[in-house]
Design a protein around this ligand. Structure first.
Ligand code: ZN
Ligand code: ZN
Length: 297
C-alpha cells in the first residue's frame, strides 16, 4: 500500500505541475486551478502515507522520534501552498472579469501540439485513477479507496476544464475559463480542509491513546501496583510514544525491570508499535491521577 500511495503522490505532483505550467504559459486560470488540485491530491496522499504507510516514518539517528512530524509538515505545505495560490487565482479571475468590458476576453487557443499535450495529461490522470481503483480493490484498502475517489473527482474536474477550454476556443467564450476555475477552487478548499483536520492531532501532540485505556492495560499486567501520570502522542498504528510513572510489586531491580518489560509487551500487543518510557517509583508514590499532572517529575 505504501508503494501505491507513493506512486499516487509522485504522479499527482508531476501531472499537477505540468498542468500548472501549461495554465501559466497559456494564461488559463481554470487550468492553473486544475493543476493546484493535483498538488492537493499529492498532499492528501502524503497524509495517507503518514497514517498508514508502514515503515515510512521509522526513526533513524538524526530523527530518533521518527519522521511523522516531518511528513505532517510536508502534507500541510502540500495543502496550504495551493490554497494561497488559489486565492491569487480567485483575485485574478475577479480582476479579469471586471476588466473584460464589451470587447470580451482573449481566448486561449493552443495549437495542435498544445491540445495533444492537454489530452495526454488527462489520459495519464485517468490511467492513474483507474489503476488506483484496481489497487484499492486488490488490497481491499479503504485508505486507497478514499484516495482513488479523490483522484476520480480530480479527473472529473479536469475533464470539465478541458471541455471548457475547447468550448471557449471554438465559440470564443473567454469568460468560461474564469467560471470553470471557481468549482475547481471550491474542490481544492474542501480537500485541504479534510487534510488539515487529519493532521492537527499529530502536529499539536494530542493524546494518541486515552490514558484510561493505557491504565487498564497496564494494571492487567501481573506485578503492577499502580500507574499514573500517563501521557501519549504520535500516530496510532505507526508509532506511539507513551510515558508513565509505575509502582511495581518488587524490591529488587531485576524483578522490577522484568515487570516493565511485560508492561511494554502488553501495550504493544494491545495498541501496535509504540515506544514506552517508564519511570519507576517506590510504593508511597502511588497516585490515582491517571492522566499527566507532572506530580513526581
Ligand atoms: Zn530494559
Ligand atoms: Zn509519579
Amino acid at each position: 500500500m505504501s508503494r501505491a500511495l507513493t506512486r499516487i503522490l509522485g504522479l499527482g505532483l508531476v501531472i499537477g505541475a505540468v498542468k500548472g505550467a501549461l495554465g501559466l504559459l497559456g494564461g488559463s486560470l481554470s487550468l492553473m486551478a486544475d493543476g493546484l488540485l493535483g498538488l492537493g491530491e499529492g498532499g492528501a496522499a502524503l497524509v495517507a502515507l503518514l497514517h498508514h504507510g508502514i515503515g515510512a516514518a521509522r526513526p533513524d539517528r538524526d530523527h530518533p522520534y521518527g519522521h511523522q512530524k516531518l511528513l505532517a509538515l510536508g502534507a500541510l505545505a502540500g495543502c496550504v501552498l495551493p490554497l494561497f495560490v488559489g486565492v491569487e487565482i480567485l483575485q485574478a479571475a475577479l480582476a479579469r472579469w471586471q476588466g473584460a468590458g464589451a470587447a470580451g476576453l482573449p481566448v486561449l487557443r493552443p495549437g495542435p501540439a498544445g491540445w495533444a499535450v492537454l489530452a495526454l495529461v488527462l489520459l495519464a490522470q485517468l490511467g492513474l485513477w483507474r489503476w488506483s481503483l484496481r489497487r484499492a480493490a486488490q488490497l481491499a484498502s479503504p485508505v486507497l479507496q478514499l484516495r482513488s475517489r479523490g483522484l476520480g473527482l480530480w479527473s472529473g474536474a479536469s475533464g470539465l476544464v478541458l471541455l471548457g477550454l475547447v468550448m471557449a476556443a471554438t465559440r470564443g467564450w473567454g469568460r468560461l475559463d474564469l467560471l470553470l476555475a471557481l468549482p475547481v477552487l471550491l474542490l481544492l478548499v474542501l480537500q485541504c480542509w479534510r487534510v488539515i483536520q487529519q493532521l492537527l492531532p499529530e502536529l499539536e501532540d494530542r493524546i494518541a491513546i486515552p490514558p484510561e485505556a493505557i491504565h487498564a492495560a497496564v494494571l492487567a499486567v501481573p506485578g503492577v501496583l499502580n500507574a499514573h501520570d500517563i501521557g501519549s502522542r504520535g500516530v496510532l498504528g505507526q508509532l506511539v510514544f507513551v510515558d508513565m510513572h509505575l509502582v511495581v510489586d518488587a524490591d529488587d531491580l531485576p524483578t522490577a525491570h522484568r515487570i516493565t518489560e511485560l508492561v511494554e509487551e502488553h501495550l504493544e500487543a494491545r495498541f501496535g508499535p509504540l515506544r514506552c518510557n517508564i519511570h519507576l517509583e517506590p510504593r508511597e508514590y502511588a497516585s490515582d491521577r491517571i492522566t499527566f499532572h507532572g506530580a513526581h517529575g
